[in-house]
Design a protein around this ligand. Structure first.
Ligand code: ADP
Ligand code: MG
Length: 224
Protein backbone atom coordinates (compact mmCIF):
# COMPACT_ATOMS: atom_id res chain seq x y z
CA UNK A 1 0.00 0.00 0.00
CA UNK A 2 2.87 2.30 0.76
CA UNK A 3 4.53 2.10 -2.62
CA UNK A 4 5.91 5.42 -3.84
CA UNK A 5 3.68 7.63 -5.98
CA UNK A 6 6.74 8.28 -8.09
CA UNK A 7 10.16 6.73 -8.34
CA UNK A 8 13.00 8.08 -10.42
CA UNK A 9 15.95 5.79 -10.98
CA UNK A 10 19.18 7.17 -12.45
CA UNK A 11 17.23 9.71 -14.49
CA UNK A 12 19.34 11.49 -17.11
CA UNK A 13 18.68 14.20 -19.68
CA UNK A 14 21.03 16.00 -22.02
CA UNK A 15 20.49 18.84 -24.45
CA UNK A 16 22.45 20.10 -27.46
CA UNK A 17 23.09 23.81 -27.26
CA UNK A 18 25.00 25.36 -30.15
CA UNK A 19 26.72 22.08 -30.96
CA UNK A 20 27.66 21.51 -27.33
CA UNK A 21 26.12 18.74 -25.28
CA UNK A 22 25.07 19.68 -21.77
CA UNK A 23 24.14 17.03 -19.26
CA UNK A 24 21.37 18.63 -17.22
CA UNK A 25 20.29 15.58 -15.23
CA UNK A 26 23.11 13.15 -14.51
CA UNK A 27 21.45 10.36 -12.60
CA UNK A 28 18.65 11.60 -10.40
CA UNK A 29 17.23 9.17 -7.84
CA UNK A 30 14.07 10.11 -6.00
CA UNK A 31 11.11 8.36 -4.41
CA UNK A 32 8.08 10.21 -3.09
CA UNK A 33 5.72 8.48 -0.67
CA UNK A 34 1.93 8.94 -0.67
CA UNK A 35 1.05 12.26 0.94
CA UNK A 36 4.65 13.46 1.12
CA UNK A 37 5.30 17.07 0.14
CA UNK A 38 8.76 17.62 -1.31
CA UNK A 39 10.38 20.96 -2.09
CA UNK A 40 12.64 20.99 -5.15
CA UNK A 41 15.28 23.69 -4.81
CA UNK A 42 18.17 24.67 -7.03
CA UNK A 43 19.46 27.75 -8.81
CA UNK A 44 17.99 28.92 -12.08
CA UNK A 45 19.16 26.62 -14.87
CA UNK A 46 19.86 23.67 -12.56
CA UNK A 47 17.20 21.51 -14.22
CA UNK A 48 14.13 21.81 -11.98
CA UNK A 49 11.72 22.30 -14.88
CA UNK A 50 13.39 19.52 -16.84
CA UNK A 51 12.95 17.18 -13.86
CA UNK A 52 9.29 18.10 -13.44
CA UNK A 53 8.69 17.57 -17.17
CA UNK A 54 10.12 14.09 -16.83
CA UNK A 55 7.87 13.19 -13.91
CA UNK A 56 4.90 14.75 -15.73
CA UNK A 57 5.50 12.39 -18.67
CA UNK A 58 5.24 15.42 -20.90
CA UNK A 59 8.38 14.85 -22.92
CA UNK A 60 10.63 12.05 -24.02
CA UNK A 61 14.38 11.99 -24.34
CA UNK A 62 15.14 10.87 -20.79
CA UNK A 63 17.44 8.07 -19.71
CA UNK A 64 16.85 5.94 -16.64
CA UNK A 65 13.51 4.95 -15.25
CA UNK A 66 10.34 6.77 -14.24
CA UNK A 67 7.77 4.77 -12.29
CA UNK A 68 4.39 6.34 -11.55
CA UNK A 69 2.22 4.48 -9.02
CA UNK A 70 4.02 1.26 -9.84
CA UNK A 71 3.77 1.66 -13.63
CA UNK A 72 6.96 2.09 -15.61
CA UNK A 73 6.64 4.99 -18.05
CA UNK A 74 9.14 3.40 -20.43
CA UNK A 75 6.99 0.32 -20.74
CA UNK A 76 3.85 2.37 -21.47
CA UNK A 77 2.87 3.63 -24.91
CA UNK A 78 1.75 7.23 -25.34
CA UNK A 79 -1.88 6.36 -24.72
CA UNK A 80 -1.05 4.55 -21.49
CA UNK A 81 1.10 7.50 -20.43
CA UNK A 82 -1.85 9.83 -20.99
CA UNK A 83 -3.95 7.62 -18.73
CA UNK A 84 -1.20 7.57 -16.07
CA UNK A 85 -1.02 11.35 -16.22
CA UNK A 86 -4.76 11.78 -15.96
CA UNK A 87 -5.24 9.26 -13.16
CA UNK A 88 -2.30 10.14 -10.96
CA UNK A 89 -0.91 13.59 -11.69
CA UNK A 90 -2.01 17.20 -11.26
CA UNK A 91 -0.13 20.21 -12.60
CA UNK A 92 0.29 23.80 -11.43
CA UNK A 93 2.46 25.98 -13.65
CA UNK A 94 4.23 29.27 -13.07
CA UNK A 95 1.84 31.00 -15.45
CA UNK A 96 -1.72 29.97 -14.88
CA UNK A 97 -2.70 28.91 -18.45
CA UNK A 98 -6.38 29.34 -17.59
CA UNK A 99 -8.87 29.33 -20.44
CA UNK A 100 -9.73 33.02 -20.96
CA UNK A 101 -13.30 32.48 -22.19
CA UNK A 102 -14.40 30.42 -19.20
CA UNK A 103 -15.10 31.53 -15.64
CA UNK A 104 -13.18 30.28 -12.62
CA UNK A 105 -15.62 27.48 -11.85
CA UNK A 106 -15.63 26.20 -15.43
CA UNK A 107 -11.82 26.23 -15.60
CA UNK A 108 -11.85 23.78 -12.68
CA UNK A 109 -14.82 21.79 -14.02
CA UNK A 110 -13.45 21.08 -17.50
CA UNK A 111 -10.51 18.80 -16.59
CA UNK A 112 -12.93 16.75 -14.48
CA UNK A 113 -15.30 16.29 -17.41
CA UNK A 114 -12.33 15.13 -19.50
CA UNK A 115 -11.63 12.57 -16.77
CA UNK A 116 -15.23 11.34 -16.99
CA UNK A 117 -16.78 12.88 -13.87
CA UNK A 118 -20.45 13.91 -14.22
CA UNK A 119 -20.99 17.67 -14.48
CA UNK A 120 -22.97 17.98 -11.24
CA UNK A 121 -20.18 16.34 -9.25
CA UNK A 122 -17.52 18.31 -11.09
CA UNK A 123 -19.21 21.60 -10.25
CA UNK A 124 -19.55 20.65 -6.59
CA UNK A 125 -15.88 19.71 -6.47
CA UNK A 126 -14.84 22.92 -8.24
CA UNK A 127 -16.81 25.04 -5.80
CA UNK A 128 -15.44 23.15 -2.80
CA UNK A 129 -11.87 23.81 -3.93
CA UNK A 130 -12.42 27.43 -4.90
CA UNK A 131 -14.16 28.16 -1.59
CA UNK A 132 -11.28 26.50 0.28
CA UNK A 133 -8.97 28.93 -1.52
CA UNK A 134 -11.09 31.92 -0.52
CA UNK A 135 -12.57 32.49 -3.97
CA UNK A 136 -16.27 32.03 -3.13
CA UNK A 137 -16.95 35.53 -4.51
CA UNK A 138 -15.09 34.83 -7.77
CA UNK A 139 -16.74 31.67 -9.09
CA UNK A 140 -18.35 33.40 -12.08
CA UNK A 141 -15.40 35.64 -12.93
CA UNK A 142 -13.23 35.11 -15.97
CA UNK A 143 -9.44 35.10 -15.62
CA UNK A 144 -9.16 38.66 -16.96
CA UNK A 145 -11.42 39.84 -14.13
CA UNK A 146 -9.18 38.31 -11.46
CA UNK A 147 -5.98 39.50 -9.81
CA UNK A 148 -2.74 37.60 -10.42
CA UNK A 149 -2.99 35.88 -7.06
CA UNK A 150 -6.60 34.91 -7.70
CA UNK A 151 -5.74 33.54 -11.15
CA UNK A 152 -3.02 31.42 -9.65
CA UNK A 153 -5.38 30.12 -6.95
CA UNK A 154 -7.82 29.03 -9.66
CA UNK A 155 -4.90 27.24 -11.31
CA UNK A 156 -4.19 25.50 -7.99
CA UNK A 157 -7.84 24.38 -7.78
CA UNK A 158 -7.64 23.09 -11.34
CA UNK A 159 -4.45 21.17 -10.60
CA UNK A 160 -6.12 19.43 -7.66
CA UNK A 161 -9.51 18.94 -9.29
CA UNK A 162 -9.06 15.29 -10.20
CA UNK A 163 -7.66 14.33 -6.78
CA UNK A 164 -4.17 13.54 -8.07
CA UNK A 165 -1.90 11.27 -6.07
CA UNK A 166 0.94 13.63 -6.94
CA UNK A 167 0.82 17.37 -7.61
CA UNK A 168 3.64 18.74 -9.75
CA UNK A 169 4.16 22.45 -9.33
CA UNK A 170 6.85 24.40 -11.20
CA UNK A 171 7.45 27.66 -9.36
CA UNK A 172 3.69 27.94 -8.92
CA UNK A 173 3.89 31.44 -7.50
CA UNK A 174 6.96 32.60 -9.39
CA UNK A 175 5.18 35.39 -11.25
CA UNK A 176 3.57 36.95 -8.15
CA UNK A 177 4.90 39.62 -5.81
CA UNK A 178 6.47 38.31 -2.64
CA UNK A 179 3.58 38.85 -0.23
CA UNK A 180 1.03 37.31 -2.62
CA UNK A 181 3.41 34.48 -3.47
CA UNK A 182 3.80 33.60 0.21
CA UNK A 183 0.07 33.58 0.73
CA UNK A 184 -0.79 31.50 -2.34
CA UNK A 185 2.01 29.00 -1.72
CA UNK A 186 0.89 28.59 1.91
CA UNK A 187 -2.67 27.97 0.67
CA UNK A 188 -1.42 25.46 -1.87
CA UNK A 189 0.42 23.61 0.90
CA UNK A 190 -2.59 23.59 3.22
CA UNK A 191 -4.86 22.33 0.49
CA UNK A 192 -2.48 19.61 -0.72
CA UNK A 193 -2.04 18.47 2.88
CA UNK A 194 -5.79 18.51 3.50
CA UNK A 195 -6.37 16.44 0.39
CA UNK A 196 -3.65 13.96 1.31
CA UNK A 197 -1.92 14.31 -2.06
CA UNK A 198 1.82 14.09 -2.44
CA UNK A 199 3.57 17.00 -4.16
CA UNK A 200 6.83 17.94 -5.81
CA UNK A 201 7.13 21.70 -5.76
CA UNK A 202 9.94 23.65 -7.44
CA UNK A 203 10.32 26.91 -5.60
CA UNK A 204 12.78 29.66 -4.73
CA UNK A 205 11.02 30.25 -1.43
CA UNK A 206 13.41 28.68 1.09
CA UNK A 207 11.27 29.72 4.02
CA UNK A 208 8.13 27.97 2.77
CA UNK A 209 10.24 25.04 1.62
CA UNK A 210 11.08 24.54 5.31
CA UNK A 211 7.38 23.90 5.92
CA UNK A 212 7.35 20.99 3.49
CA UNK A 213 8.12 17.43 4.54
CA UNK A 214 11.46 17.20 2.77
CA UNK A 215 13.79 19.37 0.73
CA UNK A 216 15.81 18.05 -2.21
CA UNK A 217 18.35 20.19 -4.07
CA UNK A 218 19.50 19.88 -7.65
CA UNK A 219 23.20 20.48 -7.90
CA UNK A 220 25.30 19.63 -10.95
CA UNK A 221 22.69 17.26 -12.27
CA UNK A 222 22.05 15.18 -9.16
CA UNK A 223 19.90 15.55 -6.08
CA UNK A 224 21.56 16.20 -2.78
P1 ADP B 1 15.46 25.43 -14.02
O1 ADP B 1 14.01 25.10 -14.16
O2 ADP B 1 16.09 24.87 -12.79
O3 ADP B 1 15.73 26.89 -14.14
P2 ADP B 1 15.66 24.11 -16.61
O4 ADP B 1 15.25 22.71 -16.38
O5 ADP B 1 14.68 25.02 -17.24
O6 ADP B 1 16.24 24.73 -15.24
O7 ADP B 1 16.96 24.13 -17.53
C1 ADP B 1 18.14 23.41 -17.20
C2 ADP B 1 19.14 23.55 -18.32
O8 ADP B 1 18.66 22.85 -19.45
C3 ADP B 1 19.39 24.98 -18.78
O9 ADP B 1 20.75 25.10 -19.10
C4 ADP B 1 18.53 25.07 -20.01
O10 ADP B 1 19.08 26.02 -20.90
C5 ADP B 1 18.62 23.67 -20.58
N1 ADP B 1 17.41 23.33 -21.36
C6 ADP B 1 16.17 23.13 -20.84
N2 ADP B 1 15.29 22.80 -21.82
C7 ADP B 1 16.01 22.80 -22.98
C8 ADP B 1 15.69 22.52 -24.35
N3 ADP B 1 14.44 22.17 -24.71
N4 ADP B 1 16.68 22.60 -25.26
C9 ADP B 1 17.94 22.94 -24.90
N5 ADP B 1 18.31 23.20 -23.63
C10 ADP B 1 17.36 23.13 -22.67
MG1 MG C 1 12.33 26.26 -14.31
Amino acid sequence: MNRPVVELKRLTRSFEQGGVRIDVLRGVDLAIRPGEIVALLGPSGSGKSTLLQAVGLLEGGFGGEIVIAGHSAEKSDSRARTVLRREHLGFVYQFHHLLPDFDARENVVLPQLVAGRPRVEAEARAEQLLVALGLEHRLDHRPSQLSGGEQQRVAVARGLANKPDLVLADEPTGNLDEATSDKVLAQLLDLVRGEGSAALIATHNERLAQKMDRIVRLHEGVLE
